[in-house]
Design a protein around this ligand. Structure first.
Ligand SMILES: CC/C=C\CC(=O)SCCNC(=O)CCNC(=O)[C@H](O)C(C)(C)COP(=O)(O)OP(=O)(O)OC[C@H]1O[C@@H](n2cnc3c(N)ncnc32)[C@H](O)[C@@H]1OP(=O)(O)O
Length: 729
């Protein structure tokens, strides 16, 4: 038996191999070189009759090293050349796929003549999620193997598929439950001497469809619609089209051109930044030097959710899906029954989506999901998530009760989008166990979990909340405590600018269009209608900004010495609450309808409003709409960083990508600011601030000014320019 790195070669005799492999870090140049050398050696050695390629540590490959794409000095053998070399081997090559075969890893497997997968293996071409396409000839080989529709689906979505699905598609030849390497060697030994031509994918034709051109045209439109300005999915379709129209070698050249176009588009950089940012935020730090590496989470064996409104229902659903037994509590039987029905409906739907795993949910079993009005049933749970209305007095009452009832080590979470965690914690005898867990609606769908520590929250509590995020398959981001935390605090100036633009001459649909063209899933007015305009109205009433508590004589468009727009209040006063009431910034087909139509009623309300306040409407161009909304949001981001509410710009970006529909291919607001260039962001903020001196949100943050003065350093260096690391982090 001979051993090397990366590749195993099965010899003529029983089990003679040579081996190499590599785990998660991606295929490095060293691995490429080693594979190339090994293959050449195996081809030249007459005693070697077949070759088997596998990974190390039970993982075939996570693909190319993503960091390598932005490296200016990338040199050495190319992955595509290696895949061709594998395919052209005169001896049969078998891939033994365990764990994962992703991206370039799967392309290596496609170069092999046979593929054997472990039953738990997952495969995929996720390049599109990194702003790229499978550029090691994957767009040309995969359609030849599994046909255009299935290949296009995998390549344009980047989804991972199971071994069974791969077998159904014909992507692998065999799925095994036992030792994959042995099974692959067994197969290798069996096929020695058989002709390899039919196994070389580059020599196969793409299986024809009745109307390939029509299919690809429809796919391109579908993908373009879904991509919201992201280039990669569309270029993936073009590459697959090349496979259907050109001979293999010309298709590969086309794939290469498209790959280079994507690599230099800027979007690839943004998407790769987002990939690493999501992993970077798993490492958190908190006051007093506590950090992820030194804090261990407590076990999460059971949970309770208080309040079965929209948020509570979604949270219960995620917990059940994560296999955590839940006690769901409401204040009375009437609300409990309504909540129970809604949760069951959600779970039925989720079970349908999950198909074969549905049994595992087992949500009719009271040991896994229990509905109650009795607080005493919360005595033994490891975690409680309070999800009642945004009412401080009510939340404090509940937390007071919890600290009497729950076991001492139970984590007490509040699902709030803005309220003070310290004040809530002050109602308990154990503030170190209290933490904010801000879910986003619908809670069983949205990936973000903003985790807010208070002054006394312990590192163990933070680590446990992060563990909860992971268990729920969410992206947890740890932030400090301030009004609106990170996400909503940055959203306030954005929405404020959008409303000011209406006062000055824009229409809701114009503002939404500009921001949707930028890539947001929905613009600020569609979003407000969806969330319900009454939510913000109640909050403004609570803050004394509108309603009877506003002192007589207060100017209509001013509060606390700064510009204020009463427009959203006027809408609510006239019963326009958004989708739920059938009218808001738009008109809907009925109360609860989803289709927004520009509303002449709103247009005349705006005209009347401007007339009343002596505002002469003006034409506002797209650039001004974008700059005022986005730069105000980004400006708040710099203030948040300077105050130490978040540990770095990546945290803000991950929050915006996963919770606020920020287009991922633009990398998040702070990454976007870096792309635009901080001097330009500053100059434009200065310009708009001069035009609107009564709007503090447009006044450039001192931290932004400092970064510009320091020469516009790269984003990863920003935090080192804060004179003292924040008091909070
Ligand atoms: C010519 C072009 C040829 C080829 C193109 C490509 O191959 S592009 C790359 C395609 N591959 C991918 O997109 C896979 C990316 N990785 C993942 O999806 C996940 O990491 C994975 C493999 C499913 C594992 O997930 P898990 O949750 O178990 O681990 P985690 O994500 O935390 O990753 C652990 C650390 O590994 C790093 N990493 C993973 N994959 C890569 C990679 N391809 N390149 C570089 N680094 C990778 C990841 O960043 C983590 O690092 P850490 O420092 O611990 O944060």
């Amino acid at each position: 038996m001979r051993r090397g790195r990366g590749l195993h070669a099965a010899g003529a005799g029983p089990e003679r191999y040579q081996g190499y492999g590599r785990g998660l870090r991606g295929i490095s140049l060293a691995v490429l070189q080693a594979l190339e050398d090994g293959l050449e050696k195996a081809d030249a050695d007459p005693s070697v009759k077949a070759v088997m390629i596998c990974g190390e540590n039970g993982k075939f490959s996570a693909g190319a090293d993503i960091r390598g794409f932005s490296s200016p000095n990338r040199q050495g053998p190319s992955l595509a050349a290696l895949v061709s070399l594998i395919e052209s081997s005169k001896k049969p090559v078998v891939a033994a796929i365990e764990g994962i075969a992703l991206g370039g890893g799967l392309e290596v497997a496609l170069g092999c003549h046979y593929r054997v997968a472990h039953v738990k293996a997952r495969m995929g071409l996720p390049e599109v999620t990194l702003g790229l396409l499978p550029g090691a000839e994957g767009t040309q080989r995969l359609p030849r193997l599994i046909g255009v529709p299935a290949a296009l689906d995998m390549i344009t979505t980047g989804k991972h598929i199971s071994a069974h699905e791969a077998l159904k598609l014909g992507l692998v030849d065999e799925v095994v439950e036992a030792n994959t390497v042995e099974a692959a060697m067994h197969l290798a030994n069996q096929v020695i001497g058989q002709p390899l031509g039919p196994r070389r994918l580059s020599l196969r034709p793409v299986p024809p469809l009745p109307d390939t051109d029509g299919f690809l045209r429809a796919a391109r439109l579908r993908v373009r619609e879904r991509a919201r300005g992201c280039l990669a999915p569309e270029l993936c379709v073009q590459a697959v089209r090349a496979a259907t129209e050109l001979p293999f070698s010309a298709g590969v050249r086309r794939e290469r051109e498209l790959f280079v176009e994507l690599l230099s588009s800027g979007q690839a950089r943004a998407l790769q930044y987002a990939f690493f940012a999501e992993r970077a935020v798993r490492r958190w730090s908190a006051p007093g030097g506590a950090a992820s590496h030194g804090a261990a989470p407590r076990p999460l064996r059971s949970a309770a959710v208080i309040g079965l409104g929209t948020m509570g229902r979604g949270i219960v659903t995620c917990l059940v899906k994560a296999n955590i037994p839940v006690v769901a509590l409401e204040q009375n039987l009437e609300y409990l029954n309504v909540g129970r029905k809604a949760v069951m409906l959600l779970l039925e739907r989720e079970a349908k989506k999950m198909e074969q795993d549905a049994q595992a949910l087992d949500f009719h079993n009271p040991a896994r999901l229990q509905f109650t009005v009795d607080f005493d049933l919360l005595r033994d749970v490891d975690l409680v998530i309070e999800a009642v209305f945004e009412d401080m007095a009510l939340k404090k009452e509940i937390f007071h009760k919890l600290s009497r009832i729950c076991k001492p080590e139970a984590l007490l979470c509040t699902n709030t989008s803005a309220l003070d965690i310290d004040e809530i914690a002050s109602a308990t005898s154990r503030p170190e166990q209290v933490i904010g867990t801000h879910f986003f609606s619908p809670a069983h769908v949205m990936r973000l979990l903003e985790i807010i520590y208070g002054r006394h929250t312990s590192p163990t509590a933070i680590a446990t909340a992060m563990q909860l995020a992971r268990a729920l398959r969410k992206v947890g981001v740890v932030v400090g405590n301030c009004f609106g935390f990170v996400g909503n605090r940055m959203m306030f100036p954005y929405v404020e600018q959008a409303v000011f633009l209406l006062e000055e001459g824009s229409r809701p649909e114009e503002v939404d269009q500009v921001l949707e063209d930028f890539g947001f899933k929905i613009g600020p007015f569609r979003m407000s209608d969806l969330a319900g305009l009454d939510v913000g109205w109640r909050s403004r009433q609570g803050q004394g900004l509108t309603g009877p508590s506003v002192p007589a004589g207060t100017p209509a468009r001013q509060r606390l010495g700064r510009r204020y727009s009463p427009l959203p209040d006027l809408l609510c006063e006239s019963g326009r609450f958004g989708q739920k009431s059938g009218t808001g910034w738009y008109r809907y087909e009925r109360a609860g309808g989803r289709t927004a139509t520009p509303d002449p009623g709103v247009h005349s309300l705006l005209a009347q409003y401007r007339h009343t306040h002596g505002i002469r409407p003006r034409h506002i161009d797209q650039e001004e709409i974008l700059e005022r909304c986005l730069f105000a949001l980004i400006n708040e981001g710099f203030a948040i960083l300077a105050e130490g509410i978040a540990a770095g710009p990546e945290h803000l970006d991950v929050i915006y990508i996963n919770g606020y529909g920020w287009p991922r291919h633009r990398g998040g607001p702070m990454f976007y600011a870096a792309t635009v260039g901080l001097p330009r962001v500053l100059a434009r903020l200065q310009h708009h601030s001069q035009a609107h001196p009564d709007v503090p949100g447009l006044r450039p943050s001192a931290f932004l000014e400092k970064l510009v003065a320091m020469g516009n350093p790269p984003l990863k260096e920003w935090m080192s320019y804060l004179s003292q690391q924040s008091p909070r982090l």
